[in-house]
Design a protein around this ligand. Structure first.
Ligand code: ATP
Length: 361
């Protein structure tokens, strides 16, 4: 059921996080105004700066509160200079993922004209879906074996999570085909020729694929698939993989379409969605006013799409497409931030996107 107003929880975080979240909010507001719905925001502290002053990277109260929002937009959390006593970085986004069981990471990789790429391709538009709770990460909390000679990690694949993951992948392929004219194909990347767990994964994939006769499906071994992502990225539509292979695959896909400044992401379950740029807090450029806001603005478009799905709200879906089109026109004509070879500031790019959005209506 669509609503006239949606609640968004903002977690601006550290470094350039607040700068790019501000930019995304400007664009979300412009989209809401142009398409006739409203968004309300509540901002929460989380990240390394909070950890320095309180000893926690996200409070229990914040963890609970963000769960009742319609969607969550995160900037970037963590700073290389701030670490826990065990040496690990501050990453409340991983705590949120575990707390809310966000089992899939969505990483669209689309080549926008005007963005430099090192591959020879005209049209790249894929969605990489990575499972985020199992695979080799499932054994992360296992006690360390008492040995100086060998250590092993446990790789776990469960039927329940795999079925949810593949259903999401085929649903996304169906939606993309209907709304964006994509070919409608899901490709599984695995190592089913060597790993029993991956043979099991492939079997479940084929079972789910059989339920979607209108969507093509195929599998590639992760090694060959990784090469093909670089040599023939145009062949991919939806790409799905288990945790570690999917982690690597999403970075390859982001690199192929121009890097971190333009790569959005969403961590989702069936009930909750956290949207954030793929980049980190970039402390080297924080406060200079020239961070590229595009990845966070595109994450905002994903957030609108996610709300549209949950609430069957076609207005939000149209607004999300309009945001992507506005970004595409600005990337094609400029202005651009220094990471893309331009000289523009974050706010100049943001205003150009807002302008393109208002004239598209
Ligand atoms: P993390 O481990 O937290 O993901 P990281 O170590 O991969 O972070 P980033 O913070 O993403 O590192 O920064 C990597 C490089 O990319 C830095 O030089 C940074 O300035 C640049 N960078 C990251 N995001 C942006 C952005 N939005 N605009 C411009 N440059 C960026």
């Amino acid at each position: 059921m669509s609503k006239s107003s949606y609640d968004i929880a903002l977690l601006p975080g550290d470094g350039i996080g607040p700068e790019v979240v501000d930019a995304a909010v400007t664009i979300l507001d412009a989209a809401a105004a142009a398409y006739g719905f409203s968004l309300s925001y509540t901002s929460y502290d989380a990240g390394a700066t909070l950890y320095q002053s309180t000893g926690v990277s996200i409070s229990a109260a914040t963890m609970e509160a963000i769960g009742s929002a319609d969607a969550i937009l995160l900037g970037a959390a963590g700073l290389p200079s701030v670490r826990k006593p065990d040496g690990t970085e501050i990453a409340p986004q991983i705590d949120i993922r575990e707390h809310y069981g966000l089992f899939a990471s969505l990483r669209p990789a689309r080549l926008f004209p005007g963005v430099p790429t090192r591959v020879q391709a005209e049209h790249i538009d894929m969605l990489v879906i990575r499972e985020t709770t199992e695979g080799l990460f499932a054994g992360r909390h296992d006690p360390l074996e008492p040995s100086d000679d060998a250590v092993s990690d446990r790789l776990t694949i469960t039927r329940a999570t795999s079925e949810r993951l593949f259903t999401l992948a085929f649903e996304q392929a169906t939606l993309r085909k209907a709304t964006q004219g994509t070919p409608g194909r899901v490709t599984l990347l695995d190592k089913a020729n060597v790993l029993r767990s991956n043979a099991f994964l492939r079997k479940i994939f084929d079972e789910i694929a059989a339920k979607y006769p209108d969507i093509a499906s195929d599998h590639l071994y992760i090694d060959a698939g990784s090469m093909m992502l670089v040599t023939n990225p145009e062949r991919f539509d939806v790409v799905v993989s288990e945790n570690v292979f999917g982690d690597i695959t999403s970075e390859i896909a982001a690199g192929v379409v121009g890097g971190l400044g333009v790569a959005p992401s969403g961590d989702v379950s069936l009930e909750h969605g956290v949207f954030q740029p793929c980049h980190g807090s970039a402390p080297d450029i924080a406060g200079q006013g020239n961070a590229n806001p595009v990845a966070t603005i595109l994450s905002g478009a994903m957030l609108l799409d996610w709300i549209a799905d949950r609430h069957d709200d076609t207005t939000c879906r149209t607004a999300a497409a309009a945001v992507r089109d506005a970004v595409a026109s600005v990337l094609a004509q400029g202005p651009k931030t220094p990471d893309l070879g331009g000289t523009a500031s974050t706010s100049e790019v943001t205003h150009a996107v807002a302008e393109a959005l208002s004239t598209s209506r």
